[in-house]
Design a protein around this ligand. Structure first.
Ligand code: SF4
Length: 353
């Protein structure tokens, strides 16, 4: 197949010269920062992760600090990174590891909350030297091109195929270097668009390069159109405070705080949405006044436009129907609570109003 006989060695040698300096690298192999960085890097770019990682490790220097922390404190540090179940799983896993010690094998690491195949392989290889390959989006892109694999690249079948195919290669190298080399090549050279093939250590053996297939691999089926929902939000003012609710743990964005509101129904005005949603969530009857702001935000599977309104209380006692808690908070104290990104943008508007 390949004109490049010892491609694992060529890749590892390239990594030793070209690797980026990152705060979780090149320390003595410590599973705690490696694990935190790998969880943060899921779905998130390195440049975004670095400041979050530094703040997180400063707040929780040891795994025991994380295990003993309040969930609100963790979510506050995570606010803006998205995919908040990662933070809650990190906390849950830290408690287990703190009580029972680190599992050092890939097979056992996989059992911890939030550590799937990929993160378990990353921690097992980078921290404990176990020769198991990591297979993430970068690795899938590099090796569907390098091996010339035309099948759907988004399936578990492809991940399993690549894991099996890369397993003999990782055994010939220092596992931490080889795995980081694969990921680094995907991030720096074999990019989704305009890969830098002339600078690639795998070029001589690359199927896609040799056969002019680089633009056609990996094979990713067209994504479905992402739905877009208008959302009405009420900022209820009462006694110099505003009302916020804590989302239920099992919900998306669970544990974060937000203003009451929800999706606009067909044939409903936005102010009607706000009044209905506030009542359904809190049993408060409110009057909807001036518009504050409209904020666009995209999640992985849908987009929203949040239309926020000032509201005044007419009657009722706050009752947490759809949240774990409701709280009256002054505008100056909102920064003590973890909010999702769209709410953080709204709070900036509140301070300017
Ligand atoms: S030669 Fe090009 S397509 Fe092939 S692995 Fe290297 S960067 Fe990717």
């Amino acid at each position: 197949m390949s004109a490049l006989v010892d491609w694992p060695d060529a890749l590892t040698q390239w990594y030793k010269k070209q690797q980026r300096v990152l705060p979780w690298r090149n320390q003595s192999p410590n599973p705690y920062p490696i694990w935190v960085s790998e969880i943060m890097l899921q779905q998130t770019q390195v440049d975004t992760v670095v400041p979050y990682f530094n703040r997180f490790i400063e707040a929780f220097p040891e795994l025991s600090d994380l295990a003993n922390a309040e969930e609100d404190t963790i979510l506050k540090l995570w606010a803006g990174l998205g995919y908040y179940s990662r933070a809650r799983n990190l906390h849950a896993a830290a408690k287990i590891i703190n009580a029972t010690g680190w599992p050092t094998q890939y097979a056992n690491l996989k059992e911890l909350p939030g550590l799937g195949f990929y993160t378990a392989a990353a921690v097992a290889s980078l921290a404990f030297g176990e020769p198991v390959p990591v297979v993430d989006g970068n690795v899938i892109r590099v090796f569907t091109r390098f091996f010339g694999l035309p099948e759907d690249s988004t399936t578990q079948r492809m991940k399993t195929h690549l894991f099996d195919r890369l397993l003999p290669a990782v055994k010939t190298q220092k596992p931490s270097d080889f795995n980081q080399a694969m990921m680094e090549l995907g991030a720096l050279v074999c990019k989704p668009r305009s890969p830098q093939c002339p600078a690639c250590p795998l070029q001589a053996g690359c199927f896609a390069f040799t056969n002019n297939q680089v633009a056609h691999l990996p094979n990713r089926p067209a994504r479905k159109k992402v739905p877009h929902y208008p959302v009405g939000i009420g900022v209820i003012q009462h006694n110099n405070c505003v009302l916020i609710g804590k989302r239920k743990k099992e919900q998306m964005l669970g544990g974060l705080w937000e203003f009451p509101g929800g999706k606009q129904l067909p044939n409903e005005s936005l102010t009607e949405t706000v009044i209905r949603e506030v009542y359904e969530e809190t049993r408060l009857t409110v009057d909807c006044l001036d518009a504050i702001a409209s904020i666009n935000h995209a999640y992985s599977h849908f987009k929203i436009t949040v239309h926020a309104y000032w509201c005044t209380l007419i009657s009722g006692t706050p009752t947490p129907i759809t949240t774990d808690a409701l709280r009256w908070v002054s505008l100056d104290d909102l920064h003590h609570y973890p909010f999702p990104t769209a709410s953080v943008k709204l709070i900036q508007h509140l301070h300017q109003s």
